[in-house]
Design a protein around this ligand. Structure first.
Ligand code: FAD
Length: 479
């Protein structure tokens, strides 16, 4: 076995020192990855590229791989899903095994993985979301209330567990989305786009049918702070301006006054300046009657959801003002309130990871505590345990960020392999066999069968794929 080499490099542009791991030759080293999303696959890709013969087993709770790339990224953003070509190269490697339909913590204990493998990378993402914590959020008698945008996204993207969501888009014409991030914009765009435009995407047949029958005409997206504090990006906002026959409404006076107040600061932020220009150019202060509308509302915090006689419900907001510097502005309630009658209310204020039995967890930050990807427990390194992706750094960042972050974790794994003490491959396979993993998993070859089935079904209606949305059906197809 060669000793690892850590090469410091000075980048031409920044002059910052980075470290790169040269290709290593290890014998009989095995890494387990928990979660087959972007972080899991990019970690595996880096391990493949930077070692000669380390084996990688990916455990994914669903039969299907790719995580949020399949179940989060909007169906009308197909180019974003091109990263799956890279993931397929990874799972096609003879050094990689894909074990789909295996939930670590349920079918297979983390302890078993840790005692068998040289390293275990936790990349299991963020499967919960943050609540608003206001009265009425859970509805009355289980009806109405606030629906997590996470579930709505999962519903139109075909995540099996979200297919039971009762999405009523018929009995009202107004939707309120709480949150000013890209996920909120995805939801608004899907609700306001002509369904015929979505018909050639991989949105599920059921969601498309529901959207075809939708009476939703107005979507209001509400944030507690101002235009200079939004979390979405210009590209996604620009898409809203391109929806035909849609009034894009926002308080242009507020945008103008905030831009004037912080002009110097804004000059240094090109992307935010572009976004403010976009708002100024495309937004109107009030809608044309009869047209669909998208309203971007600022300076409002939700305080309560109450039933309503005419609309199904109303959401009450407190009006805020901003205090403090522009880049750390705080929303402070003014004591004035406004009610918005609506049907569906979506909350889109962030995803959250959950603890996994046997792994340390920071309950406040809702991540696996770690130092550059190495898991820690009460400040001490946990040997052989790593984190990557959203469970490592929190639910922020696009796929490119997740890739960079997964590469850093993989580099830490490679450095530590010198000292690792996993079991040989035969012992691992025996453990997997005894745990029932080998008999109940969906292999990569089986996933490819399911993928081909979905592609064939999609061809019939001019879609890239028609996703199978039921686990039992998936398992029958791959049998
Ligand atoms: P995930 O993709 O969530 O993967 C985690 C995987 O772990 C999942 O497959 C899950 O099933 C599995 N898992 C969970 N628990 C277990 C367990 N116990 N055992 C085994 N497996 C388990 N980025 C872009 O660049 N462009 C976009 O347009 C874009 N759109 C987005 C839209 C939405 C709605 C969301 C939420 C995110 C979007 N992102 C986008 C961000 C991107 O999806 C994330 O950066 C990335 O997916 C995070 O990867 P991850 O592997 O950490 O998590």
């Amino acid at each position: 076995m060669k000793a690892f080499l850590l090469l410091p490099q000075r980048t031409a542009s920044s002059g910052i020192r980075r470290f790169s791991v040269s290709v290593q030759a290890y014998r009989d080293k095995n890494i387990a990855i928990v979660g087959g999303g972007a972080a899991g696959f990019y970690t595996a890709a880096r391990l493949l590229a930077k070692t000669q013969d380390v084996n990688i087993d990916i455990f994914e709770q669903l039969p299907t791989p790719y995580g949020l790339v399949r179940f989060g990224v909007a169906p009308d953003h197909p180019e974003v899903k091109n990263c799956t070509t890279k993931f397929d190269q990874v799972s096609g490697s003879p050094r990689v095994r894909y074990f789909g339909n295996i939930q670590v913590g349920r079918q297979l204990a983390l302890e078993k993985l840790r005692s068998a493998y040289d390293g275990v990378v936790l990349s299991y993402g963020a499967s919960e979301d943050r609540k608003l914590g206001i009265p009425g959020e859970d509805g009355v008698d289980g009806k109405w209330g606030v629906v997590p945008a996470r579930q709505f996204v999962a519903w139109y993207n075909g995540l099996p567990e979200a297919q039971g969501l009762d999405v009523d888009l018929k009995s009202f014409d107004r939707v309120v989305i709480v949150g000013h991030g890209n996920v909120a914009l995805d939801c608004a765009r899907i609700l306001l786009t002509e369904p015929s435009e979505l018909a050639s995407t991989d949105i599920t047949a059921h969601a498309l049918e529901t959207l075809r029958g939708s009476n939703v005409r107005h979507v209001e997206m509400v944030g507690r702070r101002g235009p200079l504090q939004v979390a979405f990006t210009t590209k996604e906002l620009r898409e809203m301006t391109k929806i035909p026959a849609l009034d894009f409404i926002c308080d242009r006076d507020l945008v103008a006054s905030e831009c004037a107040k912080w002009a110097e600061w804004l000059d240094a932020s090109r992307s935010l300046k572009r976004m403010m220009d976009l708002l100024t150019k495309h937004a109107v202060s009030a809608g044309h009657s009869g047209r669909k509308s998208f309203t971007l509302s600022f300076l409002k915090s939700p305080v309560e959801v109450v039933p309503d006689q005419a609309a199904p419900q109303r959401i009450r907001f407190q009006i805020n003002r901003l205090e403090g510097p522009v880049d750390a502005a705080r929303a402070v309630g003014t004591g004035e309130f406004v009610d918005v009658p609506c049907g569906l209310i979506l909350r889109s204020i962030g995803y959250a990871s959950t603890p996994l039995d046997g792994a340390p967890f920071d309950g406040r930050r809702k991540i696996i505590p770690n130092i550059a990807g190495r898991a820690t427990d009460n400040g001490e390194l946990v040997p052989g345990l790593y984190a990557a992706g959203w469970v490592k750094r929190g639910p922020v960042g696009v796929i490119a960020t997740t890739m960079q972050d997964a590469y850093r974790t993989a580099d830490a794994v490679i450095m530590d392999l010198v000292h690792s003490q996993g079991q040989p491959r035969e012992a691992i396979d025996q453990m997997l066999s005894e745990s029932g993993v080998l008999s109940s998993c969906v292999t990569n070859a089986q996933w490819k069968r399911l993928e081909a089935f979905e592609a064939e079904a999609g061809q019939l209606t001019g879609k890239p794929r028609e996703k199978v949305t039921n686990i039992e059906q998936m398992l029958n197809i791959v049998k």
